[in-house]
Design a protein around this ligand. Structure first.
Ligand SMILES: [Zn+2]
Length: 474
């Protein structure tokens, strides 16, 4: 197996703080020689922990006992203390927290490439809503989510926040695939495939919450689609349902100028101020997009501890605008990164989302120092965890957190030479470079072989349903 760089190179040129005492130049010790027995040790790679200090451990290791991380350190230290039932050698690779996609609609992968190059309202009302009316079913959602899960596992996403219909099918497919999800049952004012009325949708959401609230992988949520697709009573009822069960509330928010214009016209307020006035905002809310906001709106979002999802690719493709990322970060608002559904992106690759987030922030502010690589990587990991109000459990590699991590190859021509792992993760790496994906201590993909889904079946099923989609929008 070829290694891109010799150990000497790493010692001399890695322009990042190495953990003191790290034996960066020593060959990897044979792992698992130590005392306590754990289930898995991932060892020999450069561990980019994403902790607050920015710790990067050359020739590091992560020890995992069942679903939890029990140690992060140098390979030598971990080997001295732990003996593993199973070891994954990550020599020459990067060990990174699993990526967190804070906004998507998993089954919409089945609409990928169906209608491009349109503004949001045209795209939604002329293509997506009619296609959904004709094709969304439990089977559609199940098959679509399996396809999305395959893509997410293959590109290093370990947690996704979702809002769609028949969300229980998404939950079951996520659990089966082994992915972590914050999954919101959609509430919308008009009749949809899984609810004739908002009241039906709310009842369905409550059943969904009760069914999955104690699950180790899935956090159930309620997801009123948007301000412009729900009336006041439905928005309030959705927020109350979330509060009643202590689960997240997810909404599309301030995505277009048109949404702001409508809010000003109907309510004489910005979307943020209106949602505050009706008591919608709560401490466990996730708002996606958040593009068109005033400085006062940012203060409102901060005051209520709202988590935000920034979706640069979808926002650029639909020409919705650019969220004021630097302002949010300066204000200390919890900000994560999302792909949005694959119909407006058109993939679920969080590495691409990081890169585009950084480029877009620089472009709109005319400032090349805006959203540097480290900040973009933060959005996709610990920032996402914060936005989902899950920072105690996921987002960085630390003892006690859930064992959600990925191993990323740095061997391609595109990644050579390697001076700074963080730079490469954001500016040259693609989802396809992920070699191994682990969630809750379970290995979902090893050396690009997905263990929890049958790849051929997932793709064949997706193509079978795509024929129905094609027929529906003909
Ligand atoms: Zn969306």
């Amino acid at each position: 197996m070829r290694r891109p760089l010799g150990p000497l190179f790493w010692c001399l040129f890695l322009p990042i703080a190495l953990v003191s005492g790290a034996s960066a130049c020593a060959p990897a010790p044979s792992p698992g020689a130590g005392g306590q027995t754990v289930s898995l040790i991932v060892t020999g790679g450069t561990v980019v922990t994403m902790d607050a200090a920015g710790t990067v451990i050359e020739n590091g290791a992560v020890a995992i006992a069942d679903a939890a991380i029990v140690a992060v350190g140098t390979a030598a230290d971990v080997s001295a203390k732990f003996r593993a039932a199973r070891t994954i050698d990550a020599t020459g690779e990067i060990i990174l927290p699993g990526l967190i996609n804070t906004h998507t609609h998993a089954p919409m992968v089945l609409y990928r490439g169906l209608a491009d190059d349109l503004a949001l309202m045209d795209w939604l009302t002329k293509y997506i809503f009619p296609a959904e009316k004709a094709t969304v079913s439990p089977e559609f959602v199940r098959v679509g989510t399996r396809l999305a899960a395959l893509e997410m596992i293959e590109s290093g996403t370990t947690t996704f926040a979702d809002m769609y219909y028949f969300e229980e099918e998404i939950a079951k497919a996520a659990i089966e695939a082994g992915l972590r999800g914050v999954l919101g049952q959609t509430i919308i004012q008009f009749p949809v495939a899984d609810a004739r009325t908002p009241a039906d949708g709310l009842a369905r959401a409550e059943r969904f919450i009760e069914e999955f609230k104690d699950n180790g992988l899935v956090v159930p949520a309620v997801a009123p689609h948007a301000l412009y697709t729900n009336d006041r009573a439905t928005l309030v009822a959705s927020a109350e349902l979330g509060r009643k069960h202590g689960v997240p509330v997810i909404i599309h928010f301030a995505e277009t100028e048109e949404e702001v214009r409508l809010a000003r016209e109907k309510f004489n307020a910005t979307p943020a101020a209106y949602l505050e006035s009706i008591g919608f905002w709560g401490p466990n809310t996730l708002a996606a997009h958040a593009i068109w906001v005033t400085d006062d709106d940012i203060t409102i979002l901060k005051r209520h501890g709202i988590g935000l999802s920034h979706n640069p690719e979808s926002n650029m493709k639909l020409a919705s605008g650019a969220a004021p990322v630097s302002k949010y970060l300066a204000a200390g608002v919890a900000l994560g990164l999302g792909t949005d559904g694959a119909a407006s992106n058109n993939d679920l690759d969080m590495f691409e989302a990081m890169r585009q987030a950084s480029f877009l922030a620089k472009h709109v502010t005319k400032n090349p120092t805006a959203l540097p690589a480290r900040a973009a990587l933060d959005l996709a990991t610990v920032g996402g965890a914060r936005a989902l109000h899950m920072e105690q459990r996921i987002g960085s590699l630390a003892t006690g957190k859930r064992a959600d991590l990925i191993v990323v190859s740095m061997r391609s021509a595109r990644q050579t030479p390697l001076y700074d792992p963080v730079s490469h993760l954001v500016y040259t790496t693609r989802g396809d470079d992920v070699r191994t994906t682990i969630v809750n201590g379970r290995v979902l993909m090893r050396d690009r072989q997905v263990k929890t889904l049958n790849r051929d079946t997932v793709i064949a099923d997706a193509n079978r349903l795509a024929a129905k989609v094609r027929e529906a929008v003909r």
